[in-house]
Design a protein around this ligand. Sequence first.
Ligand SMILES: Nc1nc2c(ncn2[C@@H]2O[C@H](COP(=O)(O)OP(=O)(O)O)[C@@H](O)[C@H]2O)c(=O)[nH]1
Ligand SMILES: [Mg+2]
Ligand SMILES: [Zn+2]
Length: 305
Amino acid sequence: MKVDKKYKGLVTKKFNEFYLVELDKDESSEFNKKFLCKLKKSINFRNQFVFVGDEVIVYQIDLQSKRATIESLVQRNNLLERPSVANISNIYVICSVEEPQLNLSQVNKFLISAEQLGVEVSLVLTKCDLITEQKRLFLIDKFQKWGYQATTLNFNNPENLRKLLIELKGKKCSIFMGPSGVGKTTLLNMIIPGLDNITAPVSSKIKRGKNTTRNIELFSLSSKSYIVDTPGFNMQSFKIEIRELSNLYPEIYKQVVNEGIHCKFRNCLHVNDQGCQLNKNFERYTFYKEMIESSKSHYCLIQGD
Ligand SMILES: Nc1nc2c(ncn2[C@@H]2O[C@H](COP(=O)(O)OP(=O)(O)O)[C@@H](O)[C@H]2O)c(=O)[nH]1
Ligand SMILES: [Mg+2]
Ligand SMILES: [Zn+2]
């Protein structure tokens, strides 16, 4: 039985030339929501590919076989490159406080890499069962000064996890990012019961976990809320325009936006510039300055792991 109508849907999984599309719940409440789709043959998506997270218009809907065809792509808000996921609303940078040990330079790189997408960025610290309460409070205070309200998780205390889950259910599409071995898969398994992805014990020799997660898939947390399950990609090296860098540090852009500081020159890099008004008394300023000073021409290169 074919339905002679078009519907909007969300690509929740992609494999070879197939796309799993979940139809918009408001529009299509009368039938089962997931359809296996292919792209319309004649369509030229202006050389754009369709990715997990993309909104699409489907037609030729067959209720029996649960098949349909993707007719067109709805304009996307953003596209993350690695992993390729469209329309992310929130990035959660996940780092462990121990095993592997917290590395501030690495946390900094993950945060600015996340900030590049221009969405809301949050920080989660895992394995807080391995540190003292005093150390945990110290870290919360440190990252508060970096501009982030860190969520701290503890294996033995589900309270903060419960709060995080409520928060995630209010976000459109969240993704976890962070080094391997920090507990991203463990967290997803706790958030999505029945998911049961394989977690990898941290190798005792190198104190780093192995990547064991495989496909990219969106999981529904509530009617309009999703979370991305990804293979824990390592961070790639990336380039940032030096003029962009100050927009990726809350300590800097808040001074500009909230406090309205005015440096003498509009394109001030806030390093040795004449008439610079930036208050440089914050912990990450050294990271910022190093990036600017080590940059060749107009770009700074951030080395991956
Ligand atoms: N002590 C402790 N270990 C954890 C916690 N969360 C995860 N782990 C362990 O860390 C290891 C790596 O976890 P995994 O989820 O595979 O990390 P991923 O690489 O980020 O996906 C596993 O052995 C987990 O059991 C935690 O809160 N406390
Ligand atoms: Mg994993
Ligand atoms: Zn300045």
